[in-house]
Design a protein around this ligand. Structure first.
Ligand code: PEP
Ligand code: MN
Length: 352
């Protein structure tokens, strides 16, 4: 249910509606628009007295949200959400609305020298957020699993030094507390998109969450997963289309570019694309990245390596630094069509 307040409704009337929603045993979530406040009343069906809410001072109307995901829906929040990543020692990078951004780096943080070299390359190429896994979801338990906290320390120091917020995958609820002290953005991997406990746990933090689409998840499932995070009070969710399983076997996954306009219509949350994991092979990465941007994405997350043959993880899909740099030039051109901008690092500030 959403309670739409009159334009410029006084604060005490808003507070009263919130109290009444809570008294009914539901949660109240405020969405402050440019002109009016919308209050989402979320709880079990049947517990909300719609007529009572409609009779309160300052209330224009009470309407049900038709979508199963409430807080993630455009009905609840009409304007595009802009998620801010970083701050403190690094600049703030905005993703959403007119702001596009590129998250780039190695698949996994394998050693310090490799990390710093790649980080410098991607920063010089135009990426503003650094990625790198320290806990890796691998199909085989005998494959490289990531270096854990040691690698977290390296990537934090590297991000701080180069002025890049860091985005790192969290795989388990037990890692959240430790990682929260290091990372600027939690990445939830495709295989964990429906790990509901993990979604709730990152939802309790106030760090942005990059939520990959599951390998076999519908857009609706994906938005319901975002809802788990939002329902805990964390408003900073960035969706990431990374390809789904189809019968096509010429590529690793099929990048579902269609999901981008669909998400943009159904939800206010920003959506980016991951061309690397969809392609599985560097030859296809640039085309998929550009296709995603052309479909209306707010940026990309991409794997880059200066010596992919040495990578312990996902080498074949890593872009070479020069290719990455060229791709950024093209991405800026596509973004401009939609009046979106990849803010250059030198124009970022630490203030929110
Ligand atoms: C990754 O980003 O390295 C990764 C494992 O991605 P995904 O969860 O999309 O497979
Ligand atoms: Mn990878």
């Amino acid at each position: 249910m959403i309670v739409v307040m009159n334009q410029n409704a006084p604060q005490p009337t808003i507070d009263r509606v919130v109290r009444e929603i809570e008294r009914m045993g539901c949660q109240a979530h405020l969405s402050q628009g440019r002109f009016r406040t919308v209050i989402g009343a979320v709880g079990e069906e049947g517990t909300i007295d719609q007529n009572h809410l409609a009779s309160l001072d300052g209330v224009e109307k009470v309407v049900p949200i038709m979508k199963p995901y409430k807080l993630a829906s455009r009905e609840f929040h009409e304007e595009d959400t802009v998620v801010e990543v970083g701050g403190g020692k690094t600049p703030v990078v905005k993703i959403g609305g007119p702001h596009a951004a590129t998250i780039a780096g190695p698949c996994a943080v394998e050693n310090e020298k490799m990390l710093w070299t790649i980080a410098r390359h991607v920063r010089d190429g135009g990426a503003t957020i650094l990625r790198g896994g320290v806990y890796k979801p691998r199909t085989s338990p005998y494959s490289f699993q990531g270096l854990g906290e040691a690698a977290l320390k390296w990537i934090r120091a590297c991000g701080d030094e180069l002025g890049m917020p860091i985005c790192v995958e969290v795989m388990d609820t037990r890692q959240v507390e430790l990682m929260e002290t290091y990372v600027d953005c939690f990445q939830i991997g495709a295989r964990n998109m429906q790990n509901f406990d993990l979604l709730r746990e990152v939802g309790k933090t106030r760090k942005p969450v990059l939520l990959k689409r599951g390998l076999a998840a519908s857009v609706k499932d994906w938005l319901l997963s975002a809802e788990y995070v939002l329902s805990q009070g964390n408003r900073s969710v960035i969706l990431c289309e990374r390809g789904i399983k189809t019968f096509e076997d010429s590529i690793r996954y099929s990048l579902d570019v269609t999901s981008i306009p669909v998400v943009n219509q159904w939800s206010h949350l920003p959506v980016i694309v991951d061309p690397s994991h969809a392609a599985g092979k560097r030859d296809y990465v640039c085309a998929l990245a550009l296709a995603g941007m052309a479909a209306g994405a707010n940026g990309i997350i991409v794997e880059v390596h200066y010596c992919p043959s040495e990578a312990q993880c996902d080498g074949p899909q890593a872009l070479l630094p020069e290719t990455f740099k060229d791709l950024m030039v093209q991405l800026r051109q596509v973004a401009a069509i939609y009046n979106r901008e990849f803010t250059p690092a030198e124009q970022l500030t630490t203030a929110n």
